[in-house]
Design a protein around this ligand. Structure first.
Ligand code: ADP
Ligand code: MG
Length: 243
């Protein structure tokens, strides 16, 4: 379980996250929704220290960190061992083959022996039906495949949680489906995930928990069933607008 408490983030005096507290249960899928510019990416990035909040606390079963303190490299390493980010535009290394993209962090950051890292990467590729593509370069693959590879890359460092920031928003609908099916399968396998998406169908199918953020504030924090079956007028308005 990841818990966050009273996260505040300001840019140039403008409050982007306004005292956000919540929990991200382990083995579950948390989906974050909300209008554009509401602070969703800032919140998600705070979980990986890509963004450093001004204050607040993040805690895991084994350690916790106060964002107001100076964060040591040991602490950030510890935190990043728990979470791994998947980006909207996948950001694969274009000059590396698929297998080398997946093994780069395990070998160079986590010091996993090369042979072992390759075996694990092949295992991951097999799990998602992409084992044929181990020796391809990213630009030889569709955007949907590249995104599936980048999810494998995130999983390769064995994080507790994968964090996904609109992982399908740069994809055509057909390619989006491939990626969502992969994520649905991971969700079913109990992979802990926190995902920002506008794809409400995915949320209906795979979310365990929903967070709705607007203007840096948490508007809803609860179960998928409550979110969809008993929405407040604001949530209903949002759902109507994006469907
Ligand atoms: P969302 O992901 O919900 O669209 P973001 O978290 O990206 O929202 O952004 C929330 C607000 O913070 C926006 O007003 C955005 O312009 C602002 N913001 C985000 N990142 C920065 C930054 N690095 N510098 C200044 N303002 C930023
Ligand atoms: Mg965003």
């Amino acid at each position: 379980m990841i818990k966050i408490k009273d996260i505040v983030k300001k840019y140039d005096g403008k409050t982007v996250l306004d005292n956000i507290s919540t929990e991200f249960p382990e083995g579950k899928t948390t989906v974050i929704v909300g209008p554009s510019g509401s602070g969703k990416s800032t919140l998600l990035r705070s979980l990986d220290l890509l963004v450093h909040p001004d204050s607040g606390i993040i805690s895991f079963p084994n350690f916790s960190l106060n964002y107001a303190d100076k964060i040591t490299s040991k602490q950030s390493k510890e935190l990043r061992a728990q979470t791994s980010m998947v980006f909207q535009n996948w950001n694969l290394f274009p000059n590396l083959r698929v297998i080398d993209n997946i093994t780069a962090a395990p070998i160079h950051v986590h010091k996993v022996p090369k042979k072992e890292a390759i075996a694990q990467a092949n295992e991951l590729l097999k799990r998602v039906g992409l084992e044929k593509y181990a020796n391809f370069y990213p630009d030889e693959l569709s955007g949907g495949m590249q995104q599936r590879i980048s999810i494998c890359r995130a999983l390769a460092v064995k994080p507790k949680y994968i964090l996904l920031d609109e992982p399908t928003s740069a994809l055509d609908p057909e390619l989006e489906t491939q990626v969502l099916e992969m994520l649905e399968e991971l969700a079913q396998q109990g992979q802990s995930m926190v995902m920002i998406t506008h794809n409400i169908e995915f949320a209906k199918l795979s979310a365990d928990k929903m967070l709705f953020i607007e203007n840096g504030e948490k508007i809803f924090d609860g179960s998928k069933d409550e979110f969809f079956n008993n929405p407040s007028s604001r949530i209903k308005e949002f759902l109507d607008a994006i469907s």
